[in-house]
Design a protein around this ligand. Structure first.
Ligand code: ZN
Length: 279
């Protein structure tokens, strides 16, 4: 069995609303949603899925889902793109959820300069609020960073130094220089479908994937988005079992085996997310 822990899947969102029970059954039985062109010769076993919230309602749904399968773990936060819509009551819900046992991380939060929904100053203020929540609850943070490394790194540097912050950079998209800095700060780097894409513009990301120490490596799908190669464009949505394709690609880039990547990333995820927190 190839153990697969998907550290980022939005199973609470609309693309899963019609057949979530079937998806859960497939996850529990370790079946891929489609037949691979070149089938893997070993069956996979889903060992866990972290469900990040994107707003108060989504975070609540993720916390409820975490009660439906022992595979599921929830995270609570307001995604930077949706900070613009968040009310005081939404923040109150996030704060309450953050303290629940079924919520094991604070995420996804971060900065996004690719989309222009929330002004960057407001995104930064919300990120700092999430950092404080992670520190107060002694839970890891899950960071979304899109085209915003210059804003992000000084904030993380300060929070690590002054508040002992730790966590995951989700769907890591940076160059080796940024990867090295995140590693130095003690973060885990989670790779998604983008590392499997064959377009040369992703080559700095391939280089990043080579330099991450094994004990800081994680895999994810970002389902329903970022479907990995060779399924990109062929499936209507991504699913947690396809994180195995990210593991296949990491094994290729790092000159190791699928088994080694799968076991290491599961172990890392369990250590970070499945050990009880004392707050
Ligand atoms: Zn996400």
């Amino acid at each position: 069995m190839i153990p697969i822990f998907d550290t980022h899947a939005h199973l609470d969102l609309e693309p899963f609303s019609n057949d979530l029970d079937a998806v859960i059954r497939r996850l529990e039985s370790g079946t891929l949603p489609v037949v691979l062109d070149e089938p893997l010769n070993q069956p996979i076993e889903i060992t866990g899925v972290l469900l990040p919230g994107i707003d108060a309602q989504s975070s609540y749904r993720c916390a409820e889902l975490a009660k439906r399968s022992p595979l599921f773990h929830a995270a609570a936060a307001i995604h930077p793109n949706y900070v613009i819509n968040a009310t005081d009551n939404d923040w109150k819900i996030i704060t309450e959820l953050a303290h629940c046992d079924s919520v094991v991380a604070i995420g996804e939060t971060g900065l996004d300069r690719y989309w222009d929904y929330t002004p960057i100053e407001q995104q930064i203020a919300a990120l700092k609020q999430h950092i404080d929540l992670a520190v107060q609850t002694a839970k890891p943070i899950q960071i979304h960073c899109r085209d915003a490394w210059n804003d992000m790194l000084p904030i993380l540097r300060q929070a690590v130094k002054e508040k002992n912050l730790t966590g995951i950079i989700h769907a890591f998209s940076g160059e080796p220089e940024q990867a090295a800095e995140c590693i130095e700060l003690g973060f885990y780097l989670s790779f998604a479908g983008s590392v499997t894409y064959r377009n040369a513009k992703f080559s700095p990301l391939w280089e990043s994937a080579k330099i991450v120490p094994a004990n800081r490596l994680l895999i994810e799908t970002d389902s329903p988005y970022m479907t990995p190669h060779p399924f990109r464009g062929k499936l209507k949505r991504n699913e947690p079992s396809l994180a195995v394709m990210v593991a296949v690609r990491l094994a290729e880039l790092r000159g190791t085996t699928l088994e080694e990547i799968a076991e290491t990333t599961t172990q890392n995820a369990r250590q970070l997310l499945c050990t009880p927190f004392i707050s």
